[in-house]
Ligand binder design. Sequence first.
Ligand SMILES: [Zn+2]
Length: 234
Amino acid sequence: MAPTIGFRILARRIRLKLVITPQTLPDIESANVIADIKGSEHPEQMIVVSGHLDSWDLGTGAIDDGAGVAVSMETANLVQKLHLKPKRTIRVIAWMNEENGLAGSKQYAKDHEKEWMNHFAAMETDGGADHPLGINIKGKPEVKKMFAPVAAILQQSGAGMLSLVEHCGADIDPMEKAGVPAFSPIQDSRFYFNYHHTAADTLDKIVPKELAENSAVVAVLAYALANMEQPLPR
Ligand SMILES: [Zn+2]
């Protein structure tokens, strides 16, 4: 029983000496992983669907952010499986080095900043794998109104909330700053910080059904964005 032990330790006034040996090693070359499902009408216009590939070295990074990468890959898988034809390109990105300086995101921004007008929208899933409640939106208030029909579809699975926010994801920050409308699933975060950045961030913390619910939200949103008739206000 943990509490009893805790009281005993307190009663005995244990002294701890911690030897901590962190060091910063030189950077090595690595890469973002990017895959496109080409749009049928506007292949040059991009819907970015993303998570980050790296994790802290303590755990395996299952919820931060293996889940986000899985959700993004599953979005592409669902589009293929259901034989959907997105009009714009759905670009899946697994970002490298979110945790230690955002090198992958910064490099992508360098490589593509002249194409921001063709980045129709950007999404990142980086809040774990628990039940989704809806969609965060970083954009003009009108964008929220435009997504009411999408929210109505998602409401059937309890994910019908639409919330205007200031920020949707660290890796998509350069796009947000350039005015690209950004999105992320609103996720139940009650347990996320119990495991986040610790050795306990392992696959057993993920409930497959809830992970799948997140994929459904991101896939519905990505497809809606890819096939919208009108552009989003910036
Ligand atoms: Zn993360």
